[in-house]
Design a protein around this ligand. Structure first.
Ligand SMILES: *Cc1c(COP(=O)(O)O)cnc(C)c1O
Length: 373
């Protein structure tokens, strides 16, 4: 039986050519020219003045938090339902994440619940866009303005996406991207911080590189890490970026095809195709089991896996993470919609290299599995 992986990237553009150039010229470290070029093109794509390439999307969030001087005693508002990179960046800095429940329709943060979470300690809101549909940024941006809060925009899943015509990645004081292989643009591992603020950009560059000082090398006034991206990664990223439009179009077609074929299947909530502010770009194609289905996502995932279909469950909620609970954090907190998505949501094969034939197989098996449970 053929196995259809949950994600397979497409690397048949200039990736090999640019990688060979790295080897031929000897430029493989973060000092190489592809890094600068990738930063320039990616920040331009996001409508920003500065791009600072780093080793992962997680690293980009850590750099962003530190660049904004968020630390001990500060609070950062974010969705309870997201990847742990968001919460970890905040807790590693000694600050406290404050969670907001999800909207069951868009799977993003429920913006109506944010204002009540703002306190005198709140420093920033993490504007996280999930699964291909942007969060309702206008409401979040106006709250940030009203309460003088910073916006850290997590656009890790949003390459090429727009919000009301503005590029995702252009909405935060600082915004970040990830280039993990399941993102629309990949470098294997990698990330980027983008901003329009020159001072913030300089700070990010310093934090990326062990907080080396420009004028006094080997004198360090802050603790950070080595978050640098290699020229090899940037070479792949640049080749990927050349095809961004094509990739977005491809993902939209895949998303529409799946929706067309799955919309009659009982018991499934499908991704929102469009809202008044954006058309979904289907970072991955997620589905959520409806309330009348008694199985959870793990059960369905197992059944599909047995039929050669790679699946992955949705994120697990932040307040339910053992890493935090074991420290006595977030005990007794509850976010019912976020918890529902975490237990009932999963995504099916939707990588860039997926073929129509594979999609048809996934759809047929999915229909059968849903009948069975
Ligand atoms: C992928 C992802 C990240 C983390 O990126 P890595 O490159 O895997 O560290 C952060 N936020 C969101 C929303 C993501 O999807």
């Amino acid at each position: 039986m053929e196995f259809i992986p949950v994600n397979e990237p497409l690397l048949n553009g200039n990736e090999k050519k640019y990688l060979c150039e790295c080897i031929d010229t000897g430029w493989i470290s973060s000092e190489g020219p592809f890094v600068r070029e990738f930063e320039r093109k990616m920040s331009q794509t996001a409508g920003r003045r500065y791009g600072i390439a780093v080793s992962s999307g997680t690293a980009a969030l850590e750099v962003a938090v530190q660049a904004l001087h968020i630390g001990e005693g500060d609070e950062v508002i974010m969705p309870a339902f997201t990847i742990i990179s968001c919460a970890m960046a905040v807790t590693k800095a000694g600050a406290v994440p404050v969670f907001v429940d999800s909207d069951l329709y868009t799977w993003n943060m429920n913006t109506d619940e944010i204002e009540a979470k703002i306190t005198s300690r709140t420093k920033a809101i993490m504007l996280v866009h999930l699964y291909g549909l942007p969060a309702q940024a206008d409401k979040i941006l106006s709250l940030a303005k009203k309460y003088h809060l910073k916006i850290i925009e997590d656009a890790a899943e949003m390459h090429g996406q727009t919000y009301n015509g503005k590029p995702c990645g252009s909405l935060g004081d600082i915004s970040i991207f990830s280039f993990y292989p399941n993102k629309h643009v990949t470098t294997g591992e990698g990330g980027m911080v983008v901003t329009d603020d020159e001072e913030l950009a300089e700070r990010c560059k310093m934090i990326r590189n062990l907080c080396f000082k420009k004028d006094a090398r080997y004198i360090h006034e802050e603790i950070s890490d080595n978050y640098r991206m290699t020229n090899l990664q940037a070479a792949v990223g640049l080749a990927q970026l050349e095809r961004l439009e094509e990739f977005v179009e491809r993902k939209r077609e895949m998303g529409k095809y799946y929706t067309e074929k799955l919309k009659e299947v009982e018991g499934l909530m499908l991704p929102v195709e469009k809202t008044d502010y954006a058309d979904n770009i289907y970072w991955v194609y997620g589905v959520v089991l409806k309330e009348n289905i008694h199985a959870d996502n793990k059960k369905v995932q197992k059944l599909l896996q047995d039929r050669g279909i790679g699946c992955r469950t949705f994120f697990w909620c932040m307040h339910e993470q053992p890493a935090y609970r074991n420290k006595g954090m977030f005990l007794g907190e509850s976010y019912p919609n976020a918890e529902y998505l975490a237990r009932k949501g999963f995504y099916i094969p939707s990588g860039m290299a997926l073929t129509k034939r594979q999609m048809d197989y996934v759809v047929a098996e999915m229909k059968d599995v849903m009948k069975q449970i």
